[in-house]
Design a protein around this ligand. Sequence first.
Ligand code: NAD
Ligand code: DAU
Length: 347
Amino acid sequence: MNMLVTGGCGFIGSNFIRYLFQDAPDFNGRIINIDSLTYAGNLENLTDIAETFPDRYIFVHADICDAEALAAVFSDHGIDTVCHFAAESHVDRSIVGPDAFIRTNIIGTFNLLEMARDKKLKRFHHISTDEVYGSLGPDGRFTEQTAYDPSSPYSASKAASDHLVRAYFRTYGLSVTLSNCSNNYGPYQFPEKLIPLMILNARSGKALPVYGDGKNIRDWLYVKDHCRAIWEIIKHGALGETYNVGGDHEMENIRLVEMICDLMDDMAPLPGRSPHRGLISFVKDRPGHDRRYAIDAGKIRDELGWTPETTLENGIRATIQWYLDHSEWIERVQSGAYREWIQQHYQ
Ligand code: NAD
Ligand code: DAU
């Protein structure tokens, strides 16, 4: 297998490549990772993999919106499989500046599909999100049949890319599969997202900004469980099908932040042992903030035998430990641009 992974230097993409090389004994192919290294992409996430597997891991610095660069990658490396992660992924940034989301998530996906369509690929797997389904009330969960109803420029751009992928299956017979997953967390997540932001702020005794009343609900999925699901879908998923992937761990944001605080009291106490919960600060709500997401992952369980294995408490504990152990990584990703975003957004 010569697998093109797009966005492999980001959070989930780098965890997926690591998963294939370290935890998937039935993977014996090559990975060609193409990434334009935006603020969210970090080559260092895979330094050890690049050193250990020099013949099986290749990095190409390129933008998925650059059709010529994509054509060269396809012909130079005999790509037969695509796993497409590359995207602008942060909802708050999409509200401030939607342009990059339209460009990468829609035009970039279109470019890849065009490149793939006459190549007789074995598989084009597209990574999507539960956010395309919109917001739930107190009951029910998203199934693969739930109608799309995106709320943010981010989720609207992901919805557009999903439609394009399905259209290329129906119109051109491209061998596609899709997965729509819930909120991931774990090592290497850029600290603009809720969980790493809270861990890092708590570690430094800074305010923990919770949007609105804190009662929005997300369904948390440990990233390694997600990577295992993606690999199962690539190997055994039915062509043209969509699989919802969720952690079966719904929680209100405020409860999750309190859980992180309590674990931090134990794992990284503040001076004088003052409780981290004292740092919680309610701030202005996100515009168009979806109230609740919850995934019904019955299809992937019944058809492919996948279920999440990591409990929320174990996953959060492991994630906190990872951030406590990787202060150099943290310092390097907290560049000037990162500090500017935090200052501008939370002022
Ligand atoms: P991320 O922001 O951490 O990483 C995105 C990666 O894509 C980065 O390495 C970035 O450099 C790269 N990239 C961006 N634009 C590019 C371009 N034009 N060309 C090439 N590379 C480009 O994102 P993530 O959290 O790892 O998400 C990966 C995928 O999973 C996305 O498609 C996202 O929509 C989806 N998703 C994420 C979550 C989550 O909780 N993080 C949940 C559901 C779905
Ligand atoms: O549901 C899947 C989606 O999960 C992915 O498609 C996105 O790429 C990913 O970024 C994530 O989107 P969210 O908007 O749910 O994640 P985020 O970590 O930004 O926020 C999680 C919840 O926490 C959300 O209800 C907003 C809230 N929040 C977030 C931040 C950054 C806060 O209360 N305070 C914060 O500072």
